[in-house]
Design a protein around this ligand. Structure first.
Ligand code: ZN
Length: 409
């Protein structure tokens, strides 16, 4: 049976990019796993010819992907700053107070809700990954350990007031049953409530060849054109949109019920016009994406081959999901990169899925003094260069693979 669009059920006939077979990006391995068979799944993105939603097929259940999640939001300083600023602005703009209810879907370790809580605003997290949810609960943040959809929204709405601010940061893309999820948002939102969702912007993915943000945990890749159509179908109107620098360029949309309080800002029409101008409402631009991806692969391999042949050593920085897409697609293992490092103790001592590159603490870099440090989470490049500036004391240099390979000065 041919795959169909997860929003409009049109058969998926148009390729966006085929990244071959890849393991789940967060399936880090222990030493004992290295000699066992590893599961690989197709990583093939399509664009729907009807609604232009870019998407991959669902091969693994969300339960298997998200129950034991190795990503703790609080390990990134810039991400915490992003969360703190959002909480401050939303509290002001939407007049939130002690009688309000803020709900965050995919609340992770409570990195965002802590900032509402410290203002005395009641907050509830929804987080199916037990390991991160328990960290939030230990910090006193009320958390429901379940997947979100119509069923949970109905239950929560029966138990308590509607939600005045309903937040989802980097969760919309992770949802396999998109219609059930958005229908649930509609149910949970109070009359007069505001819904805010952040997700990587497809326009940036296309413009900057960010193909490594495609992985099995990300089922959908949204333009404003596509997301507006989906929300409207479920009775939610987008009244404002902001472009954010996070994850290489994200959108933060604000939506409400059609009779909501907030005036429509012209940010929405302006961005829709920009997307149409870029061609996101026509198939041609999607069809040309794969060739640019192949060019990024050739550039990276060329650099690594030349560097290793010259006797120089390369290590990675970071063990993000996007790094696993890049390294698996390019076929880069310990033949090119000795190891990578990550600040998260949950990743240290483990191995990257597929490529089996070991993950060490960042201090390892000062001990081994490599010639090049390949920054895998390129979206955090400024933060990393600042933290690791000491590599220049032995002549080490930073390399960034996306949008085009660049050795930093
Ligand atoms: Zn569609």
């Amino acid at each position: 049976m041919a795959a169909v669009c997860r929003f409009c059920a049109t058969p998926l006939e148009h390729d966006f990019v085929d990244l071959g077979m890849s393991p789940l990006s967060n399936a880090f391995l222990e030493t004992g796993d290295l000699n066992r068979m590893e599961r690989f799944f197709p990583l093939h993105a399509y664009v729907c010819g009807e609604c232009f939603l870019v998407q991959i097929e669902e091969f693994e259940s969300p339960d298997a992907i998200f129950r034991d999640y190795v990503y703790f939001s609080s390990y990134s300083d810039s991400w915490l700053a992003h969360a703190r600023e959002f909480a401050a602005r939303a509290t002001d703009r939407f007049g939130l107070g002690t009688a309000s209810l803020v709900v965050e879907i995919a609340s992770n370790d409570g990195y965002l809700l802590q900032y509402f809580k410290e203002r005395g605003i009641p907050a509830l997290g929804i987080e199916p990954a037990g390991n991160v949810a328990r960290v939030a609960m230990d910090a006193g943040i009320d958390t429901v350990m379940e997947f979100f959809g119509v069923a949970l929204a109905r239950r929560l709405r029966a138990e308590r007031q509607g939600c005045d601010l309903l937040v989802g940061i980097n969760v919309l893309a992770h949802v396999p049953d998109l219609n059930d999820f958005v229908a649930g948002l509609k149910i949970l939102l109070a009359d007069g409530g505001v819904l805010s969702m952040e997700f990587p912007h497809l326009l940036q993915l296309v413009a900057h060849t960010q193909f490594d943000t495609i992985y099995h945990e990300h089922f959908s890749y949204f333009s404003l054109l596509a997301v507006r159509r989906i929300f409207r179908h479920h009775g939610l109107e987008i009244f404002d949109v902001e472009e954010l620098p996070s994850h290489g360029g994200s959108l933060r949309i604000y939506a409400q019920h059609p009779d909501g309080n907030y005036p429509h800002r012209d940010s929405v029409e302006r961005l829709l016009a920009k997307e149409r101008e870029a061609g996101l409402d026509r198939l041609a631009i999607y069809r040309h994406f794969a060739e640019r991806v192949h060019e990024v692969k050739r550039d990276l391999l060329e650099f690594l081959i030349e560097t290793r042949r010259a006797g120089h050593r390369v290590v990675g920085y970071g063990a993000p999901a996007k790094g696993n897409t890049l390294l698996n697609f390019c076929g880069v293992g310990t033949d090119f990169i000795d190891y990578t490092v990550d600040r998260s103790p949950h990743k240290q001592g483990r191995f990257l899925p597929g490529t089996h590159i070991p993950v060490h603490p960042p201090e390892r870099i000062a001990q081994t003094k490599p010639d090049y440090v390949l920054i895998l989470p390129w979206n955090l490049q400024d933060e990393i260069v600042e933290q690791m500036t000491h590599i220049r004391s032995w002549g080490g240099r930073f390399v960034v693979p996306i949008p085009r390979l660049a050795v930093l000065p």
